[in-house]
Design a protein. Structure first.
Ligand SMILES: [Zn+2]
Length: 399
């Protein structure tokens, strides 16, 4: 690109950034159903006795900070580290987390309500409660057994991410060289059973071939619970433009991840270059017993994260907005949502998006980029409600 043209482009995009009336942001937040598809706060609830009702000066999610942003609901992630747990231990750890989410929700009945459907989210909202839902991150937790999948569904889990960063015996992850060429025959059975039950198929973390296999196999729309755009940040677990178009063509929704490493080109390399912090983190991890008291490790890990952030700086909010804008341009306005990854990404989030209380900055940023109020309402949660309904209705039809 030649220089005068580049300058002209910069000038015109700066010009497009109109001043937004704060009253417009406030009005929209009042009206919106704001849903976040991926929050890893569950680990802190289980391991540190984290109380969602208290306002914390660490982590990204609690009730006071959700109230600041008028959050209507979120999916708490049920995640197990398969490098550390055997399959049987993984099932136990999964059940511990489901129990923790249900108990934490029941402990604050004036503030929270467990929800499983789009209607239950709206009912909770009407009653002034924040809806709490569960998403299972990593198909390893079913131990290749459809009975476990059905049991998790009965306990309230409403999406399953087919893999995390390891392959399952039936699906390839994007984090390792392929082993199964996508989904195995059993993997396709898993996807069909999820469609039958009404559990959303989540393709964040999976390999490209697994993505296309899942999309083809599922009889309902599918989601990415926390994935960003690969054409901006070339990370294997981000979505290519063709994936964005394909998931949209089937009625699905891509929920944009806020982690800096998936937003900013080269960020992961800079983070990985901080060898001292990594070595200290590895040593903490290696001392952590599989079961037992892990609570002392949270503060130590957060201290290392803070030192990393001091060295790396935070990327501007504009970069996150770039991903929303790109995803809407490619997939369409009906196919983009929020999948922050709060409490699951080493505290590394853009400037002005450091925790869930900062969602109003996203709303203002989208307005500055020219998005209409109806369009922003879709991104904040309208699209998620639609895809949940579509998955629920596909399951009804299958009965
Ligand atoms: Zn994840």
């Amino acid at each position: 690109m030649n220089k005068p043209f580049l300058l002209l482009l910069l000038a015109s995009s700066a010009f497009a950034q109109t001043k937004v009336d704060p009253a417009r942001v406030a009005r929209l937040l009042e009206r919106a159903t704001i849903l976040d598809l991926h929050d890893d706060t569950t680990q802190m609830i289980v391991d540190e006795g984290y109380n969602l009702a208290e306002k914390h000066d660490f982590g990204q999610v609690d009730i006071p900070r959700m109230r600041t942003s008028h959050v209507s609901g979120l999916f708490l992630s049920i995640w197990t580290d398969t490098d550390r747990f055997t399959p049987i231990q993984t099932i136990r750890r999964t059940l511990e987390q489901i129990d923790a989410v249900r108990r934490e929700t029941a402990r604050h009945p004036a503030e929270l309500a467990l929800a499983k459907t789009a209607d239950e989210i709206l009912t909770a909202k009407k009653r002034g409660r924040i809806a709490i839902l569960m998403g299972l991150e990593g198909g390893a937790a079913i131990d290749s057994d459809l009975a476990m999948l059905r049991t998790y569904f009965d306990l309230g889990v409403r999406y399953m991410t087919l893999t995390h960063t390891n392959h399952t015996p039936w699906a390839d992850t994007s984090s390792k060289p392929p082993e199964h060429n996508g989904l195995t025959d059993f993997g396709k059975q898993v996807v069909r059973e999820m469609s039958r039950l009404g559990m959303m198929v989540d393709i964040s973390h999976v390999s490209d071939k697994t993505f296309y296999d899942a999309l083809e196999t599922s009889s309902a729309p599918i989601i990415a619970s926390h994935s960003s755009c690969r054409s901006i940040a070339n990370v294997p677990r981000n979505m290519t433009d063709d994936m964005l178009r394909s998931i949209a063509a089937k009625g699905g929704v891509v929920h944009i991840n806020f982690y800096e490493g998936f937003l900013e080109p080269g960020f992961n390399d800079r983070e990985n270059a901080l060898k001292d912090e990594q070595a200290r983190q590895d040593s903490i991890d290696s001392q952590t017993p599989n079961f037992g008291d892990r609570s002392r490790n949270g503060p130590a890990v957060r201290k290392i994260n803070a030192e990393r952030i001091a060295k790396l700086g935070r990327i501007p909010l504009a970069r996150l907005l770039d991903h929303f804008e790109h995803a809407v341009k490619i997939a369409g306005i009906d196919h983009v949502g929020l999948g922050s990854d709060f409490d699951g990404a080493d505290d590394m989030f853009p400037q002005d998006m450091e925790d869930i209380s900062k969602i109003p900055n996203l709303v203002r940023g989208l307005m500055e980029r020219g998005f209409s109020d109806p369009d922003i309402l879709k991104i904040l949660g309208g699209n998620t409600l639609r895809v949940m309904r579509a998955v629920e209705q596909a399951a009804q039809r299958a009965k």
